[in-house]
Design a protein around this ligand. Structure first.
Ligand SMILES: [Zn+2]
Length: 414
């Protein structure tokens, strides 16, 4: 889009935008001749910088020719053009045109330019009515105006930009949000996948920072791939994480490619996969926050601190995630008199599990009180079914069911 501004300034030199920039950055000469200087603004540097030279490649639409300097960069480059040639009065293309017949001065053109260049110049048709004004146009459009759509096609063809995300990338991006971590971690990983983190290299490329060195090792430039995979500091963190992430897996891939394959490989429905991704996300986040502390607080990098922070964070997250259940029961005899009761915190991971635990404890106490028959009154249908079928999905619950079974077989009637 900034190339569009370049052409606006080039073609509408009287516009406010063009006059403002001219006064500030190129008071003498043209925008094409302007060279960037360190004090120039980021916007201006990007307007005149050639990310792909084709976006700023111009072609002159020739009118009378007096507005086209012969040494203009978009006119036929001829290094040794003899501007002191006796037939060149104004030093512009106008000198090459016979204005009475509206034709090229063939002999003069041939004497100044190479054969190929002269041939191209002589093929340029000239206006016979002076209806055309000299105008610098964008070479890659029929109309002469810069078109974002055509520019995009050129960039795609020249591989300067990628063709949008692939289906695989989209799948991985969606997967990011299904990993159960605090939302700020999902957002952080999403930014990393889109390569939007403000590393030293990205700040340097945008002209905001004069340094691009990694703050953790001070050896290489800090790209996201270096920071999260290749930096010796990070390698030490991954090594200590116990996540079986080996640095030899990182040969010639970017951190984005690595994360994409991880996200696609680990299915969100599998508990272990989810825990693995949670751990990877937590480590990435810990590395990033620690790196920020190194940059802003000047602390000395120590991988152990990242490992401990991540482990603490993960341990805390696991405790928080588990819902705690507690149970209470009351035993009443046939006469309706309360015999005993109990309250306790359960280690079960589900409500049903907590009920089984209560049943086991109540039965054991009933046995101690000398009872032989116990009738349970409960309101959870799933628990009743699981009890009847002696089947449960959770291992802890299976243990309780086995306990109840054993009690029943030892002559206790439930
Ligand atoms: Zn480094």
């Amino acid at each position: 889009m900034l190339a569009k501004q370049y052409w606006r300034i080039t073609q509408n030199s009287n516009s406010l935008l063009a006059r403002t920039f001219k006064a500030k950055y190129f008071p003498r000469g043209s925008v094409q001749e302007c060279k960037t200087k360190p004090h120039h603004s980021w916007i201006w540097k990007n307007i005149i910088k050639s990310d792909n030279p084709k976006l700023r490649e111009g072609i002159w639409w020739v009118g009378r020719g007096f507005d086209i300097p012969l040494n203009h960069q978009h006119w036929f480059a001829q290094q040794h053009i003899q501007l002191n040639h006796p037939n060149l009065v104004t030093g512009t293309v106008g000198d090459l045109i016979d204005h009475s017949s509206h034709s090229w001065k063939c002999d003069l053109v041939r004497s100044l330019y190479t054969l190929a260049q002269a041939s191209k110049i002589l093929q340029i048709s000239l206006s016979r009515t002076d209806a055309v004004q000299d105008k610098l146009c964008w070479k890659y459009s029929n109309e002469g105006h810069y078109e974002v759509k055509s520019a995009y096609q050129i960039l795609v063809k020249d591989n300067s930009v990628t063709q949008g995300p692939t289906l695989q990338q989209k799948g991985a991006w969606n997967q990011i949000w299904s990993v159960k971590v605090p939302l700020k971690l999902n957002i952080f990983v999403w930014k990393l996948m889109r390569d939007r983190l403000q590393t030293m290299l990205s700040l340097f490329n945008r002209g905001i920072s004069s340094l691009n060195l990694c703050p953790l090792c001070n050896e290489e430039s800090e790209s996201t791939t270096h920071l999260f995979l290749l930096c010796p500091f990070t390698r030490a963190c991954w090594h200590g994480s116990g996540l079986a992430i080996h640095s030899y897996d990182f040969n010639s891939i970017t951190v984005q490619q690595w994360l994409t394959s991880l996200l696609l490989k680990h299915k969100k429905k599998e508990v272990h996969s989810m825990e693995y991704l949670q751990a990877v996300f937590t480590y990435l986040w810990s590395i990033w926050t620690y790196r920020n502390r190194v940059v802003h607080e000047g602390i000395v990098p120590n991988p152990m601190e990242v490992i401990l922070t991540a482990k603490l964070y993960l341990a805390g997250a696991r405790c928080n995630r588990t819902k705690r259940y507690s149970f209470a029961y009351e035993a009443i005899n046939m006469q309706g008199v309360s015999v005993f009761f109990g309250v306790a915190c359960s280690i079960a991971r589900s409500k049903g599990g907590a009920m089984f635990e209560a049943m086991v404890e109540a039965t054991i106490r009933a046995k101690q009180h000398g009872f032989q028959y116990v009738l349970f009154l409960g309101d959870d249908r799933r628990v009743v079914q699981a009890f009847r079928k002696k089947r449960s999905t959770d291992w802890l619950d299976k243990t309780r069911l086995a306990d109840l079974n054993a009690l029943a077989q030892s002559g206790f009637f439930l």
